[in-house]
Design a protein around this ligand. Sequence first.
Ligand code: HEC
Length: 228
Amino acid sequence: MMNFRTFILGLVASFGLPWLCLIVIPAMKYQQLTPVAYDKEKDGVEGFYPPAPINGQGQLIYIREGCNQCHTQMIRPAQLGLDGWYKGWGQDQEARPTTPARPNELRDYLGEKYALLGIQRVGPDLANFGWRAPEAAKLHVHLFAPRSVHDWSTMPAYTKLYKVQKIQGPSSDRALKLPKKFAVPAGYEVVPTEEADRLVEYLLSLKKDYPVPGQAAAVAAAAAPAKK
Ligand code: HEC
């Protein structure tokens, strides 16, 4: 009997406790969070943190296509002072950022239905991709044929988000400008579907480094117009 009790206690200690600390308590804390208003005087910004909710439709396509299997959207707190200093990871696109991209906080995900922290970082973190993104047309080319951008890319080609159609009359002004190696047969063109457009809008909106109320460094970075 004694052994059975120890066994149950052991079970609770090894599974119950981590469950409580890693899942239940953080979930309860997260549910209590609400957006915070900026203090115009101190923060130099108006409105709420986090600002507008993200493009939900695009996010659903991102989820459906499993992009979060390979891409995280979370900058970790600096370990040994290294993380966050990668080139172009935040708003600062200089080769040697003067301020590291700030680690993400719980509130950064409040405007989203799902917090896509990601599973593995096979591809680059996309938390602040909007700052370094190319123009939409180039992003479509990347999604249609990742290897046309980097020949070593292991990212799958999302051709099903695009339509290959026969050119009738003048070619569409939305037609992707593909390099020769990835071009479709003569007389055909590739155009983005509605879903591809929503996905690209979503990717371009990823800027999860809004100034945090009361954190002067982040505010200063956002206020500097040269870095916009
Ligand atoms: C099998 C893993 C994998 C999956 C799934 C995947 N990617 Fe990628 N992604 C990569 C890799 C590797 C790179 C880096 C090479 C490159 O640029 O193609 C990358 C690069 C990118 C970039 C450029 C990032 C930068 O910093 O320049 C974007 C944007 C992107 N992926 C979006 C997506 C989207 C959207 C999806 C889902 C529709 C997706 N990825 C699915 C592996 C993946």
